[in-house]
Ligand binder design. Structure first.
Ligand code: SF4
Length: 294
């Protein structure tokens, strides 16, 4: 039985960068290194870095930090300006490992907000990236998840910027964009609506580009093992794509969830994962399956 790891899986470059910054800081720092929230939605990688000394803290724990020499890392999702402000007041050093794409998105939202635009963002209201974006627009941006939100929350008479959290679904973004354009046309006529609506596709290509490749991978193997943390939203949506393409797709977080009967009659097994799944863990899964089936 052939077992292959999806060459397009593993961390996106933004997460690789954040982890590199964390490891370098841990190596060089004599002081404790903390991170605000889990560095990544993957318990295995969190554990690996915690074993090297990284301490995961909450926003409340940041306020209570006794050791003022401690360093605090900002993860790839970014933080609102209030976090930087609090750290400054507490005299705590911030190491900013926000993904540059997220920083660019925050700057764009800030600019349009200051120019008086209504900001509409397709995203999950409580996602850390959205909390950062809400922060740069004084919590005035409108977060939409579906058509009803567009119809009920957006004021179509206003100059509007529409964009997206980086990891949302591109098909849904297109649908919401079309609805917004239609409502703007109703309000301002087909010719004038473009003076009122600016749309920026801010979906991350590291995520959207994976879908087609994942479909191809799921099609070309008899069984798919999808490895991700149960809390990874990116993991859930990518697994759905695998399942729709290949019904013999199984989601696991731990190797001991693997079942021998999944591989009966299989000639090929494909191992893949979310943008937060470490390659080293997929290697372990591969080894475990080889032993299980021998
Ligand atoms: S998914 Fe894209 S935006 Fe998010 S951390 Fe990775 S590279 Fe950056």
């Amino acid at each position: 039985m052939k077992i292959v790891i999806d060459e397009n899986s593993g961390f996106c470059w933004g997460v690789v960068r954040t982890i590199e910054i964390a490891e370098k800081t841990l190596q060089e720092s004599q002081e404790p290194v903390h991170i605000l929230g889990q560095i990544i939605h993957n318990p295995k990688e969190v554990q690996r870095l915690e074993n090297k000394g990284l301490r995961t803290i909450t926003h409340q724990q940041l306020l209570e930090l006794q050791d003022k020499n401690a360093k605090v890392l900002i993860r790839a999702h970014g933080e609102p300006p209030s976090t930087y402000q609090r750290a400054k007041e507490l005299n705590i050093e911030i190491i900013d490992a926000t993904c540059p794409l997220v920083t660019a998105l925050q700057m764009r939202v800030r600019k349009f907000y200051e120019d008086g635009y209504q900001i509409v963002i397709f995203g999950k209201p409580e996602h850390p990236e959205i909390i950062g974006l809400r922060g740069v627009s004084d919590d005035k941006c409108i977060v939409v998840e579906n058509e009803n939100d567009i119809l009920n929350k957006v004021d179509f008479s206003k100059k509007t910027l529409f964009l997206s959290q980086t990891t949302m679904d591109k098909h849904k973004f297109k649908l919401l964009r079309e609805l917004l354009e239609a409502k703007m046309k109703e309000e301002h006529s087909s010719n004038d609506y473009k003076d009122y609506l600016i749309v920026k596709d801010t979906l991350c290509r590291a995520v959207t580009g994976r879908e087609e490749k994942l479909i191809e991978f799921a099609r070309s193997n008899d069984v798919i093992i999808f490895v991700a943390g149960k809390n990874s939203s990116n993991g859930k949506s990518l697994f759905k794509i695998c399942q729709q393409t290949n019904p013999k797709s199984y989601f696991i977080e731990e190797v001991d969830e693997l079942k021998k009967e999944w591989f009966a009659d299989a000639n090929s097994v494909g191992i893949t994962g979310a943008t937060s799944t470490p390659l080293w863990y997929m290697e372990e899964v591969k080894e475990y399956i080889s032993k299980l089936c021998n």
